[in-house]
Design a binder for this molecule. Structure first.
Ligand SMILES: [Zn+2]
Length: 384
């Protein structure tokens, strides 16, 4: 498509430009600022929010698809499902599994990245496990949890063909600090999650290059005033960014506010942690051999353990604004620029500025997605 102009409220995301204009050509942003003589065809979105595309670094699946499924339609299905939630880029996230199964999943996902997907762009892989705390495993398969092994990590890294971007592990398990150093050396983000780490262990992990914490609060010990644990370490140490599942269920709005105030929008990363039944009607589903119940936006195992969310990032932005009290600019930053920065994809992604990638999400002021644009091309448009 040749060049065109979007009109609406431009969210850079660091500032809001009312009566703004965003010009796009050749898959890039040419201009962001106040309205002026337009370039090419004009699409007027009233006062809707024209934002940088949302980036989700923690997605297992949705719309009946799981990133580890063998079905060749899987990644395209997830990609289109996410685009309808304003997501323009994502990390396909695996779960704890035996070595062979994990390797095969990683290979399949890396292959899928090469075939064009119809919605959000697959930016890489996030391995959640298998090097986790048994005690804090949440819905992860306990049988396949094991201690870190850099030989296995090397095999997974090779299978991913350069697409391995993040690994969630528990820093307190034997061998974890070596694994963290190894990952940091490869340029892969080492993230703490499903961990029982205490404060001192957390600091040791940060010193070895751990730079991110997966779904802060969930799958870790709580904050105690004499032993603040990894939670207290993450909230107070400027070296790490933190993920929040802002779905209105996983974390109380006051806890969301506390974390994002401590970290600031730049180090707060909204994630969906969405799983296979997300986006489907309430009911019972089978997910990796286990029965799950989706009800009122929450997916649980039969024993009541929360297994993941059913939101997309536009919903997380809504929760951060309407329930946790942040501005539109701050909340959009947490879902676009902050995750893009964690993945070292800035300045190209995460921001609307001259020369940035034309990944754009257009939402109304209720954060309903109207249109999603990836590389200058519309991949989703709502009927309403
Ligand atoms: Zn998890």
């Amino acid at each position: 498509m040749s060049g065109y102009t979007l009109r609406g409220t431009a969210v850079t995301p660091f500032e809001l430009v009312s009566h703004g204009q965003v010009e796009i050509a050749g898959g890039r942003v040419l201009y962001v600022g106040p309205r002026k003589h337009p370039y090419g065809e004009v699409f007027d979105h009233g006062d809707d929010l024209i934002c940088p595309g949302l980036v989700d670094v923690h997605v297992h699946g949705g719309a009946g698809y799981d990133a580890m499924d063998e079905d060749p339609e899987t990644m395209d299905g997830i990609s289109r499902y996410l685009a309808a939630g304003g997501v323009t880029g994502f990390l396909a996230t695996t779960q704890t599994a035996p070595r062979r199964e994990l390797l095969e999943s990683v290979k399949r996902i890396a292959e899928a990245a090469e075939s064009g997907l119809g919605g959000a762009r697959l930016l890489g892989l996030h391995l959640e496990g298998p090097y986790l705390s048994e005690e804090r495993r949440g819905a992860q398969h306990v049988d396949a949890i094991r201690t870190p092994d850099t030989e296995e990590l090397g095999a997974l890294h090779a299978a991913a063909g350069g697409l391995l971007r993040m690994v969630t592990l528990a820093p307190e398990v034997p061998g974890a600090l070596e694994a963290i150093s190894w990952l940091a050396d490869q340029g892969v983000v080492a993230s703490a999650g499903h961990t029982d780490a205490d404060y001192d262990t957390a600091l040791a992990a940060f010193g070895h290059g751990l730079s991110h914490v997966s779904h802060l609060y969930n799958g870790m010990r709580g904050l105690h005033h004499r032993e603040p644990g990894i939670l207290g370490a993450a909230l107070t140490d400027g070296r790490v960014s933190v993920e929040l599942i802002a779905d209105g269920h996983h974390v109380h709005s006051a806890a969301l506010r506390l974390a994002a105030l401590c970290k600031g929008p730049a180090k707060t990363v909204l994630v969906s942690d969405s799983i296979k039944p997300a986006g489907l009607p309430d009911g019972e589903y089978t997910y990796r051999g286990r029965r799950m119940v989706l009800r009122d936006g929450l997916v649980r195992l039969h024993d009541g353990v929360i297994a993941g969310s059913s939101i997309r990032l536009n919903d997380a932005v809504r929760v951060m604004v309407e329930e946790a009290g942040f501005s539109v600019s701050e909340a959009v930053q947490m879902a676009s620029h902050s995750p893009a920065r964690v993945l070292r994809l800035t300045p190209g992604k995460g921001k609307l500025a001259e020369g940035s990638d034309a990944d754009v999400t257009i939402m109304d002021w209720g954060f309903n997605v109207k249109e999603t644009i990836v590389g200058g091309d519309t991949v989703y448009r709502s009927d309403t």
